[in-house]
Design a protein around this ligand. Structure first.
Ligand code: HGY
Ligand code: MN
Ligand code: MN
Length: 407
């Protein structure tokens, strides 16, 4: 099993070379390097005897249909897109491990159809709205987002066409077939497993997240001739607001809030900033708490702006409810961990995943692998061979048990 673990890791490292930015890993929704990823994984899927296709939103899909098996299928998969300057394993490891699980099911001669979906877009980097791939699969894709423009002014529907796909056919990505469930394998992307010296964890729930864009509109002016009391400094207002957001989130148990993106105009050292655009990402396991703090952060922005005669506007780009994952699938993962003699750990995910979208369509659970150093969304993101091997040993037990339960 160690050799298979090494292969799954090696494939992630090969895929990491397919990037928009030489020297670092950046692979946004339907950018050219995604063609290379599809070519590598399609070859791997076809070598496993899977039927492959790329759907209208750019998900790469492979179906293993064993002879004399029924039609109901188990779904496995994760995403292929990345954040800028990413690690090699977020999302991608869930796809390469899924293919290893398919091979295990074949060797066990399980009469279990499996579809592996490599989602085209989970991060929400290119168009500031995440989960495009899994939303298309579950029929919850918002067609108004096709008009969204990326940083270069490319509309989403044009990006889909440039990739060689047809945005008018997005509905064809919807999975109508009967499903048995969805399992997403993913790195934890946090410090919990490492702190407890554990290799794997069952994810019982995924926090909800709200993503907003803010714009502070002040007055650009000369940095030398404009007295401090006559300024309408957009960046000073935003800076006070960012500090307020951090101070509040630090105090509130279970709340995380991040201003991760900033765009400044005119962005010159001798000009008072006239306009600042920022992102805000707010997460909490309680939907009520999350909504409460989003309203509070908006109020804080209005206070910081008003003090300086600066206007502030905002737009909500995502409001993803917290999700409890499927009890049966989680229990089956627990039985599999115990059968493979691994300690059982159940936890909540602070990161969002396609599983939170798929959970509305079919019984869904996740298996986390330890993130050494607790780091992710960073080039130092990594995994340990023995943890990937553990996910394969558990996978073999899970597939055997699952096939027996559903047949
Ligand atoms: O942002 C997230 O939670 C995930 O990594 N896309
Ligand atoms: Mn991910
Ligand atoms: Mn991510």
């Amino acid at each position: 099993m160690r050799a298979r673990a090494q292969r799954a890791i090696q494939e992630c490292r090969r895929i990491a070379a397919f990037t928009e930015e030489p020297g670092r890993i950046t692979r946004r929704f339907l950018t050219p390097p995604m063609h290379d990823v599809h070519a590598l994984l399609t070859e791997r899927m076809q070598a496993l005897g899977m039927n492959t296709r790329v759907d209208a939103i750019g998900n790469l899909r492979g179906l293993w249909q064993p002879p004399c098996a029924g039609k109901k299928r188990l779904l496995l998969g994760s995403h292929l897109d990345t954040v800028p300057d990413a690690g090699a394993f977020d999302g991608v490891l869930g796809v390469t491990l899924a293919l290893e699980w398919v091979e295990l099911a074949q060797e066990l001669k399980l009469p279990l159809p499996i579809e592996v979906i490599a989602f085209s877009e989970e991060e929400g980097v290119r168009y500031a709205t995440p989960f495009l791939g899994s939303r298309a699969v579950t029929g919850t894709f918002d067609k108004s987002t096709l008009a969204y423009e990326d940083a270069d002014g490319v509309r989403m529907d044009d990006a889909i066409r440039q990739f060689g796909l047809n945005p008018e056919k997005i509905n064809e990505a919807i999975l109508h077939e009967d499903l048995l469930g969805f399992i997403e394998l993913h790195i934890e992307q946090g410090p919990v497993l490492e702190a407890e010296d554990l290799q794997l964890a069952i994810v019982e729930g995924i926090v909800g997240q709200t993503r907003l864009g803010f714009r502070f509109n002040g007055q650009a002016n000369h940095a030398g001739t404009t007295p401090m009391h006559l300024r309408r400094d957009a960046l000073a207002a935003a800076a006070e607001w960012i500090s307020a957001v951090e101070a509040i989130a630090k105090k509130e148990e279970g709340l995380v809030a991040t201003v991760g993106k900033i765009d400044l105009r005119p962005n010159a050292g001798n000009v008072i900033p006239g306009q600042v655009e920022l992102s805000l990402d707010v997460r909490h396991m309680s939907n009520r708490q999350r909504s409460h703090w989003v309203r509070h952060f908006i109020h804080e922005a209005q206070i910081a702006a008003h003090k300086r005669g600066v206007a502030v506007e905002w737009v909500q780009k995502l409001d993803q409810q917290a999700v409890d994952l499927d009890r049966f699938m989680c229990n089956l993962l627990q039985i599999s961990l115990e059968a493979a003699a691994f300690p059982v750990k159940r936890m909540t995910s602070g990161a969002g995943h396609d599983a939170m979208v798929m959970a509305a369509r079919t019984p869904t659970a996740m298996l986390f692998l330890r993130s050494p150093g607790g780091i992710s969304h960073h080039p130092d993101e990594t995994v340990r061979e023995e943890d990937v091997e553990a996910a394969l040993l558990v996978g073999r037990k899970f597939l055997e048990q699952f096939a027996a339960d559903v047949s």
